[in-house]
Design a binder for this molecule. Structure first.
Ligand code: NDP
Length: 314
């Protein structure tokens, strides 16, 4: 075995609430966890605004601040946080192999997957063409660029509601494009959207093409009941239609469902490979909340500790 291979008891992949919660528990159990943050340190909550539903913050908390708190708590107990991506894994043997993007090889007795999920796109050709030129999946990140201008948001869930409300404070008008005749968003978010005077909901409406010369100047939409087409003159086009799990690197090794969410054994975080545990949004398409992700991160660390005890490594 070459000297450049790093051995560890517990590798945590991902830095959202699941990853950091796993790290807090693993570090306090003396597993000396090493956590690789991935491409978006802090995960999805770093691109959200206020989190009002995480227990323990009666006045709410900004997403990025909450993630800093979780990271500080994980580091306090000795978690080694590294700002890099795990690009490849090999789960053939009893010791699990992983490689960082820069090619470093890691041999871990246990791996906790907390890679989360990423925003979905509509798949329009023009969506890609105008990416970062008016097309975005993050109002908090990019809304500022569209101050004083009209924008469109696609989607009918809580994300679309949240993005629309955020943009309604910056923009004179927000067009919310909903493909059905109802919103999927929670009641409280629906009420807030309905109460915002400058959010216009376009029911049964789908985006067909984004138009512009270099930058977004409008979106061609179709009313899917009447087939009537029209163009909305907007400078920003925000896609908020949900997420997909970041599980690509595990597809040759772990069982997944038909939408690529990792499958765990009921009542645990065990995957089909002994010593590999899955937590957070990468394995949860139902609840997908920060608090449920944190809960499964905790479960994964406890499962890892038990596994290491069973195989006599601690
Ligand atoms: P959801 O899956 O809940 O909603 C996706 C929305 O996008 C649906 O309205 C869906 O339409 C629509 N959609 C999907 N594909 C397309 C498409 N191709 N074209 C047009 N519309 C499309 O995802 P969210 O990201 O909104 O929410 C995910 C989870 O996160 C939920 O559990 C939510 O409650 C939670 N969340 C909570 C927040 C909060 O509490 N502050 C904030 C953000 C998210 P249809 O309804 O027709 O399927």
């Amino acid at each position: 075995m070459s000297d450049s291979i790093e051995k560890m008891l517990c590798l945590i992949i991902g830095s959202g609430p699941a990853g950091y919660s796993a790290a807090i528990y693993a570090a306090r159990a003396n597993l000396s966890p090493v956590l690789y943050t991935g491409m978006q340190p802090g995960g999805q909550l770093t691109i959200t605004t206020e989190v009002e539903n995480y227990p323990g913050y009666p006045k709410g908390v900004q997403g990025p601040e909450m993630m800093e708190d979780l990271k500080a708590q994980a580091e306090r107990f000795g978690t080694d946080v590294r700002y890099e991506l795990i690009a490849k894994v090999d789960f053939t043997g009893p010791v699990h192999k992983a490689w960082t993007e820069s090619g470093k090889e890691i041999h871990a007795e246990t791996i906790i997957i907390a890679t989360g999920a990423s925003a979905k796109w509509l798949g329009l050709e023009t969506e890609e063409k105008f990416m970062n030129k008016g097309v975005s999946a993050c109002a908090v990140c990019d809304g500022f660029f569209f101050r004083g201008q009209e924008v469109a948001v696609v989607g009918g869930g809580d994300t679309a509601a949240e993005e629309s409300l955020y943009l309604s404070k910056l923009c004179p008008k927000v067009h919310l494009l909903v493909r059905r005749d109802e919103l999927r968003a929670s009641k409280i978010m629906q009420e807030r959207v309905m109460a915002a005077k400058n959010i216009e909901i376009h029911w049964n409406t789908e985006a067909q093409e984004i138009i512009g010369n270099g930058e977004v100047e409008g979106v061609r939409v179709i009313q899917n009941k009447t087939q009537e087409e029209s163009t909305l003159e907007v400078k920003g086009f925000f896609v908020a239609i949900g997420h997909e799990p970041n599980t690509d690197i595990f597809k040759d090794w772990l069982d997944m469902d038909d939408t690529n969410y990792l499958i765990t054994q009921a009542g645990s975080t065990k995957t089909n490979r002994p010593g590999v545990f899955a937590s957070g949004d990468a394995q949860d398409k139902i609840y997908r909340q920060a608090v449920t992700a944190a809960g499964t991160g905790c479960m994964a660390a406890l499962d890892a500790e038990r596994y290491l005890t069973e195989i006599g490594k601690i």
